[in-house]
Design a protein. Sequence first.
Length: 341
Amino acid sequence: MADNQSTKPPLLEVNNLYTHFDTPRGIAHAVDGVSFTLERGRTLGIVGESGSGKSVLSRTIIDILAKDGSVLYDGEILFEGRDLRSLPEKEMREIRGREIAMVFQDPMSSLNPVKKIGKQITEVLTKRLGMTKKAANLRAAELIDSVGIPDAEQQLGRFPMHLSGGMRQRVAIAIAMACEPKLLIADEPTTALDVTIQAQILDLLREQQRERNMSVILITHNLGIVSGYTDDVAVMYAGQIVERCATDELVSHPRMPYTEALLNAAPVLADPPHTRLNAIPGLPPNLLNVPDGCRFNARCPYVQENCKTEMPTLTADANSDHSFACWHPLQNEMANGGASA
């Protein structure tokens, strides 16, 4: 008999997802045919420059984009086999926050500045889980303590403005953990923080993930961050996933020139202060008027004629689960440092 665990569907399965915005200047192709799966207990990094579609993808998954007809969707989002896009708003509200939680880049955008921290946590516990006020207060203190904030009971009586950026982000994580979600989406959770605090927040997320066997999507523009905190990586460019594989494989053997450029642009701790970073030349394409062929072709040092006219599809390497969308992929022995197509 097959093991029951092996028959379960992936926790999250995104199939050929499109999220387009109908603007006065035309249709913006923010997410353009994205597919991926996320298994239970694993962490997926989604990496790309600003404007690559990462945040729009996350907001599409939890359904918090505008409902005024300006957002155009297609494709499937399956969570434990349920198609989230087909659910009525009432059911989606039950899943959002309770089964799928999100931590945003700026905690002040998700925390109420005029409401005490304790109240913001207990409201989640009483409304979502039906706890009594007394039980919620006790649980709130436990959550604050679990995310490494000292003097938990005292902190519950403070307002967000009284806390540092790192402490506010810890509070946001505590609120996200309140309902024991199966999936946590962390959208650039460390961007506005000091480097030392960044590491503490990432360590905290990893600790919470391991304790709860929770799945995590970590969204960032920094490949250096995902290398130590994720199992798998999907690289996004101009609304599309252009490379996807295990994190170690991606860092050691990038096949897509854009991934190589991201790796080369990452700061190196051993470099002396004020070392100039290797910026990627040019700008990402205008999503209102995406180019023919590979969307990276205008910035790619290895571009050839067919790159400008034919769009490559995301295809797995013959000998591995390493997928990439490139007509002239980097060779493993050459990649990541003076590669030649």
